[in-house]
Ligand binder design. Structure first.
Ligand code: GLN
Length: 481
């Protein structure tokens, strides 16, 4: 059952081959048997999941099910869940219980999903390894010595290990696509404004978007149909209709124009990763697509631009965690100053503190024009580059990450920052983007990235699905004891 796609499990539930309660027992037992080796869950919500499973069985008996009724999922631990801890993987929020549900959580609940728990992530979604979590690193089910990626490492590992069939994720600079790539999964981030950010703990508000990680593009389509849509509670939410993505998956891709940025397949790219990507592109050609070389000339500056603006926004977002209004409070403060200083010093981890320093500096009076304003101007240039390429081609493709999943013991956050080079562009421009399984190098997965026009998630899902009908990379599962 753990190898099923959502569609396959839907079929098994609807034909009464299994009940939702049996599905619950199966996935609970998988988590209990194996997650101690992977560390994907921060909080398990079995009581709630069992109640949802019973409700799902009643709905199925009455013929009132939706596509997601009784489907086991998990939420990244930055989606607020009423009555269940939401930690953002930080000591600062270790005991935080939200009084309300995030819009995404509410919408998925309404579709009848069974939520098995809240999954691990980099602290406040800052990172690409899941090693910055207060709750420990996540192990990649393909090889425990390697990371599952980040920041949605728990979401990816939980789906990859067969603990759930899909998990919510978020993507500020690649956090849905990179872990999906590292775990041989399909991950999609929405266009900025497509999915409500209400109830998502913010990292950098002008980049943050919801995402989902599942096995197939089709499963991502089912999840997105339920998650997307206008929400008056999010002032950046767009009021445009949401297509039925799953109904648009079988369009022909004959004549599709695929832009390949020459900066994404440069001679510097690891030749083994380049080979996997070239093979995938040839497959698209064989399916009738045309490959067009394009240029994204500012690719060399996307990482510094992102790591100037995102920490600036983070430093402002995290100012509310002061031990008074929100979050962890230190023991026995001497005075107010001591309370602020020690609560923040003890509550935040090193990576988060580093970003607060970088961001506060970029916003300081002496550095604001030289760094923050400059970065905002270059952000506009990057967005213009992407949009101008996408006016000539239907989608952009390339590798999701320039590296294989990092070893758990590899050092240095600068290397991890640099490896965001192919993903952050879509966030700077607010575009929808995916990663799909494309092959393996040394037994470790490699993802192909697909970037689309704003609000054209339907196209990238269709393009991904077309590939998954012709290839079987997405069906490969890790084997571990
Ligand atoms: N790796 C990037 C960072 O550390 C992206 C994180 C994200 O998308 N949340 O900021």
């Amino acid at each position: 059952m753990k190898n099923y796609s959502i569609k396959e499990l839907r079929n098994a539930l609807d034909t009464k081959e299994v009940s939702s309660v049996e599905v619950f027992e199966h996935f609970k037992s998988e988590i209990e048997t194996h997650d101690h080796k992977i560390n994907s869950f921060i909080t398990k919500t079995y009581d709630q999941a069992l109640a949802q499973a019973q409700k799902a069985d009643e709905a199925i008996a009455k013929g009132e099910q939706t596509m997601l009724t009784g489907i086991p999922i998990a939420h990244k631990d930055l989606y607020c869940t009423k009555g269940v801890k939401t930690t953002a993987a930080s000591k600062m929020l270790e005991n935080f219980v939200s009084p309300y549900d995030a819009t995404v959580v509410e919408k998925l609940d309404q579709s009848g999903v069974m939520v098995l728990g809240k999954v691990n992530m980099d602290e406040f979604a800052m990172g690409g390894t899941n090693r910055t979590s207060h709750f420990g690193t996540v192990h990649n089910p393909w090889n425990f010595d390697h990371v599952a990626g980040g920041s949605s490492g728990g979401s990816a590992a939980a789906v990859s290990a067969g603990f759930v069939l899909a998990a919510t994720a978020s993507d500020t600079g690649g956090s849905t696509r990179q872990p999906a790539s590292f775990c041989n999964l399909t991950g999609i981030k929405a266009t900025y404004g497509r999915i409500s950010r209400w109830g998502m703990i913010p990292f950098a508000c002008s980049f943050d978007q919801a995402g989902v990680i599942a096995k197939t593009a089709e499963d991502c389509a089912y999840m997105f149909e339920s998650m997307a849509g206008f929400d008056a509670k999010d002032s950046t939410s767009h009021n445009i209709s949401v297509p039925k993505y799953s109904g648009l998956l079988n369009q022909s891709i004959d004549g599709l124009r695929i832009g390949i940025p020459k900066e994404f397949l440069s001679p510097d790219l690891d030749p083994a990763i380049a080979d996997v990507i070239q093979t995938a592109l040839k497959q698209y050609e064989a399916m009738g697509a045309t490959l067009v070389e394009v240029t994204l000339p500012n690719t060399d500056v996307v990482v510094p631009v992102y790591y100037t603006i995102a920490p600036a926004e983070a430093s402002s977002n995290l100012a509310c965690f002061d031990g008074v209004r929100y979050g962890y409070r230190c023991d026995d403060p001497k005075d107010l100053q001591d309370l602020y200083m020690r609560s923040r010093a003890e509550g935040f981890g090193d990576e988060v503190k580093k970003r607060i320093f970088m961001g506060t500096y970029a916003l300081s009076a002496s550095a604001y024009d030289a760094y923050y304003v400059k970065a905002q101007k270059v952000r506009r240039l990057v967005a213009n580059d992407y949009n101008s390429v996408l006016s000539q081609v239907d989608v952009i493709m390339g590798p999701t990450a320039p590296e294989l999943p990092f070893r758990q013991d590899s050092t240095g956050s600068t290397q991890v920052y640099l490896s965001d080079i192919f993903t952050v562009g879509a966030n700077l421009a607010g575009l929808p983007a995916m990663s799909i399984p494309a092959g393996f190098v040394n037994g470790l997965p490699v993802g192909l990235q697909i970037i689309g026009r704003a609000f054209d998630e339907a196209k990238i899902l269709n393009v991904a699905h077309a590939y998954q009908r012709e290839t079987d990379w997405h069906t490969k599962q890790p084997k571990f004891d």
